[in-house]
Design a protein around this ligand. Structure first.
Ligand code: UDX
Length: 463
């Protein structure tokens, strides 16, 4: 099927590439000419495993092309995906102006019978606004609209597209549903679940999914603190908890708090919808508040181990990205934590395998190093904030020999304690009373907290 995808950001690019891989002919429309040129030259602007090779192969066989002309991209398409950004406003609401503008522009050039499908994450009810915009552009009524939210995780987006837990499609006109069923037939023929529902339900499923996952992570973080206080061990507790089929093992890893472009944005949007429509989402509101508190609590733990005269001391941070497998630092706990430390006069030396290019722009005082070992030289303490697999292979003997202090705080619980201890370092993890510092942290006390400056970078349509 001839398909157009509007937006070559994180979601649009993955969607366009993967649709071309399952047999469709895709034109991807992107307004950023520099990005179109990069893509046309075979460069992939985002770091996502497997994506660059799919784009290259599909461009070679003619199933994928990039353009910045809307008419050029839309004119032959039977289905038009809108995958443009929906940024957060200060009050937490989502700005859907780009979605409406794209839908209107597409409608002007769309074929009779085409479906305009919102892929971006949008507040519940947005598809009605898209319907109005499309109808006013094309009163002949020959165009239909639909909703098809994405569930792509950064670092595994291609896999999440090709092996989805479920495909959700929302529509009113059956012709729209028919088109979407045809688009995803290569996946549903393999047995992947297809949920067919209204546009409102599809939009709601998206927010509910992310909010529930954020709730689950936040629950794990607080349960981790209880384990520390009562002599438990979060790893075993999470294992036992996750084996309950109603709970499941994923998203129970305690850490420094969640980040990224989705959980923070979608929880704020959901809380805003709740307030706006008189159905307060108090649990989601609490998740938002507790997640911010978690980042400050981690900073307090680091300061507690440094001792009362933290000013002038040196801390090494391994991991800046909001999670392993991505270079994305949006709402990353590390950004908040490093700013708090630097506001308390601590010198920060940092390393991240992928995210330092982005981080430099928002952390002007931080020193960055190309290896974790170098970043640790002369420091009083090391803290791991992103669970990069490569940190497990660090030469801890070299680290121990070149550090000033001897403490490593593993806030992702990823390191093999034995090899760290064998190098003569003290390792402090989270979630177990054995070696933690929560008892050191005063529950109150002043701490300078600097609101994150939102880093530029990825434009992500969905979430
Ligand atoms: C999320 C959703 O998973 C995805 O379905 C949606 O389409 C986009 O938003 P993403 O933001 O890429 O994907 O990251 P995800 O893997 O969900 O992790 C979100 C945050 O939770 C990260 O900061 C991660 O470090 C944290 N997390 C996740 C934990 O702290 N513990 C866990 O066990 C899992």
């Amino acid at each position: 099927m001839e398909i157009c995808v509007i937006g070559a950001g994180y979601v649009g690019l993955v969607t366009a590439a993967c649709l071309s891989k399952i047999g469709h002919t895709v034109s991807c429309v992107e307004r950023d000419r520099a990005r179109v040129k990069k893509l046309a030259n075979g460069e992939c602007p985002i770091y996502e495993p497997g994506l660059a090779s799919i784009i290259k192969k599909s461009m070679l066989n003619g199933s994928l092309r990039f353009t910045y002309h809307m008419q050029d991209g839309v004119q032959n398409a039977k289905a038009i995906f809108v995958a443009v950004g929906t940024p957060s406003r200060e009050d937490g609401s989502s700005d859907i102006s780009q979605v409406l503008e794209s839908a209107e522009q597409a409608a002007n050039f769309a074929n009779v019978g085409a479906v305009i499908i919102t892929k971006s994450t949008v507040p519940v009810g947005t598809n009605r606004a898209v319907q109005r915009v499309v109808y006013s552009a094309r009163p002949d009524g020959k165009l239909t609209v639909a909703s098809n939210p994405e569930f792509l995780r950064e670092g595994s987006a291609v896999k999440d597209f090709e092996e989805p837990d479920r495909i959700v499609i929302g529509f009113k006109k059956n012709s729209a549903g028919e088109t979407l069923r045809k688009i995803y037939k290569p996946l549903t023929d393999k047995g992947f679940a297809l949920v067919q529902t209204s546009c409102e339900n599809a939009e709601m499923i998206k927010y509910a999914s992310n909010a529930f996952l954020a709730l689950k992570v936040t629950f794990a973080n607080e349960l981790s603190d209880l384990c520390e206080a009562l002599g438990g061990d979060m790893k075993d507790v999470a294992l036992g908890l996750g084996l309950d089929g109603r709970i499941g093992p994923k998203f129970l890893k305690a850490g420094p708090g969640y980040g990224g472009s989705c959980f923070p944005k979608d929880t704020r949007a959901m809380a805003h919808m709740g307030r706006k429509f008189g159905a307060r989402q108090t649990l989601v509101e609490t998740v938002i508040e507790r997640n911010e508190a978690r980042k400050l609590q981690i900073a307090r733990r680091i300061l507690a181990v440094l001792g009362s005269n933290a000013k002038g001391k040196s801390v090494c941070i391994w991991g800046i990205a909001f999670k392993e497998g991505t270079d994305d630092i949006r709402d990353a706990p590390a950004i908040t934590i490093i700013k708090v430390l630097e506001n308390m006069g601590v010198n920060v030396r940092a390393h991240d395998p992928e995210a330092m290019g982005q981080a430099r722009h928002v952390l002007p005082k931080t020193q960055f190093f190309s290896s974790p070992e170098e970043a640790a030289e002369g420091t009083d303490l090391i803290a791991i904030l992103t669970g990069w697999e490569s940190y497990k292979r660090i030469d801890f003997d070299t680290v121990a020999a070149n550090m000033k202090g001897d403490t490593l705080m593993d806030f992702r619980n990823i390191l093999p304690k034995s090899s760290v201890k064998a190098a003569g370092l003290r390792i402090i993890s989270i979630g177990s009373s054995a070696d933690n510092t929560s008892h050191l942290v005063k529950t109150s006390g002043s701490i300078d907290f600097v609101q994150d400056s939102k880093p530029k970078g990825h434009s992500r349509a969905g979430c």
